[in-house]
Design a protein around this ligand. Structure first.
Ligand code: ZN
Length: 297
């Protein structure tokens, strides 16, 4: 056993589980990483346990393991189903515990959403190291948001689910009915990658400048940013995920500013919309780094 505490991290996603172990979010040895395809819960979680057993034999024991997972997820430690995935359209995964298989490692386990984990990493190590409150929004296959206030992720009855807020329809968005199986035209139903593909037949970053999709998606994400600013007043709103680009970000800022109508003193006190709304600083590493932070590293 080494002299320094070893931590484990899992980024549990719909297509893959990323596992890592190390001494901190920036100290993950190359050989202590594994990617396991998300198949059945039994096979996937067996792969996760096997990874930690292998690393544990060489470098353990673990001082803590953090899990950042797709949701919805029970993150209430007082609940009997704490650490379980709740009712999900993802076949076979409803009710599956992500915590139970890890209990054999006899260390504290923390389970939170993938986006809360990413928010934590962005706040500590990425785009929010100079602020105390941050919201992280990812826009890709789905839309999700995580919240960090005073260094801690936010949850309660459940966890933030800001991808499912209602937004006002853009005048040029026609009559597309939206893809969310629960709400049709919620934010995710209208502005996720699949929703872009469904009505314009491609990825947002493949469209030429001036394509109406850019203005429409920018408007929807700007509405989200304005709502987030009004409800939580974070010092920073970080956008990441496959749909976000350097071309989209100014459109999001402009839409948020339009939406707020000069009501919040963003420009006078917050350093302007360029400082309030920014792109992610950690790219695709935020999730696993955040899970490592959740572990206590
Ligand atoms: Zn929805």
């Amino acid at each position: 056993m080494g002299e320094r505490a070893l931590y484990g991290a899992v980024e549990a996603g719909g297509t893959k589980f990323v596992c890592a172990a190390g001494y901190g979010p920036c100290e993950i040895p190359r050989e202590y990483r594994a990617v396991i395809a998300t198949t059945t819960p039994a096979a996937t979680l067996a792969g996760v346990v096997e990874f930690f057993e292998r690393v544990g034999r060489v470098a353990g024991p673990f001082a803590g393991i953090g899990v950042g997972a797709f949701g919805p997820l029970d993150i209430d430690r007082c609940s009997a189903t704490w650490g379980c995935i709740l009712k999900t359209p993802k076949l076979g995964w409803s009710g599956v515990s992500l915590r139970t298989p890890l209990e054999r490692f006899n260390c504290p386990i923390t389970v939170d959403t993938d986006v809360n984990a990413a928010a934590l990493a962005e706040a500590r190590l990425g785009a929010g190291t100079d602020v105390d409150s941050l919201v992280y929004v990812t826009v890709g296959t789905g839309i999700g948001g995580g919240v960090v206030l005073h260094g801690r992720t936010v949850g309660g009855m459940l966890h933030p689910e800001m991808g499912h807020i209602r937004i006002r329809r853009h005048a040029q968005d026609g009559n597309f009915s939206g893809l969310c199986p629960f709400h049709g035209e919620c934010l995710e139903g209208l502005a996720s990658g699949p929703a872009v593909l469904a009505r314009w037949g491609g990825r947002l970053d493949s469209f030429p400048d001036g394509h109406p999709a850019l203005a429409i998606i920018g408007d929807y994400l700007g509405q989200l940013a304005a709502t987030v600013a009004l409800m939580l007043s974070p010092q920073r709103i970080v956008f990441g995920g496959g749909v976000i680009s350097g071309r989209l970000l100014p459109l999001i800022r402009a839409a948020a500013e339009r939406e707020l109508g000069g009501y919040l003193p963003v420009t006078e006190r917050g350093g302007g919309f360029e400082r309030l709304i920014v792109s992610a600083g950690l790219a695709d590493q935020a999730g696993i780094m955040g899970a490592m932070l959740l572990a206590g590293a």
